[in-house]
Design a protein around this ligand. Sequence first.
Ligand code: AMP
Length: 114
Amino acid sequence: MNNHLIFQKIINKEIPSNILYQDKIVTAFEDINPKAPIHILIIPNCFIKTPNDINANNKNIVAHMFYTAVQIAKEKKISKDGYKIVVNCNENGGQEINYLHMHLLGGVKLKTLY
Ligand code: AMP
């Protein structure tokens, strides 16, 4: 499915979204259907389809995604109470958009998944 184009259009500001942070490597924006008071998606600016596509050449991008998520959590003042960072992979993992993304969820006590 070509739904990864949605996220590419958000990066390029071709469709509206609430971008909280953007640099040369990543873009962070509010999830359109938030599952928590704070629900932000962090994506790489260059296309990576799923976690399976992380490799030796792009693994530093993923570190920067993680770093960005933590910085936003601190800015949103949820770091002390805590938060979840979730990455879904393919069908069993519940990945609906075929573009690697990190969910930053917080602002409420979240249920554990396991
Ligand atoms: P996942 O199930 O891990 O693939 O999560 C995809 C996420 O993308 C869901 O939480 C959606 O609400 C979110 N989403 C889909 N389209 C948009 C959009 N246009 N702007 C912001 N978030 C979106």
